[in-house]
Design a binder for this molecule. Sequence first.
Ligand SMILES: Cc1cc2nc3c(=O)[nH]c(=O)nc-3n(C[C@H](O)[C@H](O)[C@H](O)COP(=O)(O)OP(=O)(O)OC[C@H]3O[C@@H](n4cnc5c(N)ncnc54)[C@H](O)[C@@H]3O)c2cc1C
Length: 321
Amino acid sequence: MTRNSVLTKQQAEILQQLLGKDFEEFSPLSNHTTAHVGGPADAVCIVNNSSELEQVCSQLWQWQTPFRVLGKGSNVLVADAGLQEVIVINRSKIIRFDESADPITVYAESGVNFGGLARQAAIHGLSGLEWANSVPGSVGGGVYGNAGAHGSDMAQTLTLAEILHPVKGKMRFTTADMQYAYRSSVFKRDREAVVILNATFRLEKSTRAAVEERMASFSEHRRQTQPPGASLGSMFKNPSGDYAGRLIEAAGLKGTKIGGAEISNIHANFFLNDEQATAGDIYRLIQLAKTTVKEKFNRDLELEVELLGDWAAPSHSNTEN
Ligand SMILES: Cc1cc2nc3c(=O)[nH]c(=O)nc-3n(C[C@H](O)[C@H](O)[C@H](O)COP(=O)(O)OP(=O)(O)OC[C@H]3O[C@@H](n4cnc5c(N)ncnc54)[C@H](O)[C@@H]3O)c2cc1C
């Protein structure tokens, strides 16, 4: 152990008693991110249902302990030095369809895998979430960041989200309350300390075959245009009137490697980890892409992913080419 924890010994014992093996101190976040990078959090609490999520977060607020909820870690780049906070990994998983409601809805706890939810809707012959089939995040992460694909997004699909607020308790947010913009919400912009507990989505009656056919065509498009491997998906937002991937490619950066990180040869807005990369390698590729695109085309690239931790001096790798 190299640093003091944000948790006292007594607090750690309370969480350990509550969560058993799902509580771990100084646990590497590379195990909980799709890019497979990131140093240790002071503690990781894995919660398996909504009541554990509420209980742990309320307790941490009461202790005034800094914490953050992560779903699948597919939209965050965690620094190699790790995070001096508690990370709550949300694995709540209840899904409930209401086919007698008008409109038909599905309720999902925020830890539900978004793609899995889309596939469940397909099995029920319900349309509306096909676009989410290949989004590898959680419902909570999608609600937070206004996930979207194939011409749709959260703003067009969500009807309600239930939020836990440190002072106001449980609150219901409509789509309008979320103030969605391109890959952004009021929570993401204001960095507000709230926990998304669950969300309800609007669906339409269709047939299983029709919904699955639509999902298959979206998946095929992805297979042809996006690379497999450990990544964070799209690194930058598309600037107005253009595509981040096109600009990075036109800047001649496809295939550029720093350490174990590489700008994909298939899609230049995807930065891949060959499983040896550090978060620092990826961070330096980000800086390279931003400065080169600015120099060559005078366009500013804005990150779609969130940088978590201290980026003043990211660790250096040995190999650059
Ligand atoms: C291969 C690949 C393809 C992708 N394709 C797409 C795509 O097509 N469209 C798209 O929009 N995105 C895409 N992404 C990005 C990512 O999957 C989405 O942004 C997703 O919605 C993030 O969900 P998550 O659970 O991984 O969030 P995380 O990365 O775990 O968290 C992201 C942010 O949300 C916050 N958060 C998460 N859960 C909660 C909660 N319950 N309460 C409060 N805050 C919370 C976190 O604190 C963090 O600030 C892709 C990523 C990859 C790796």
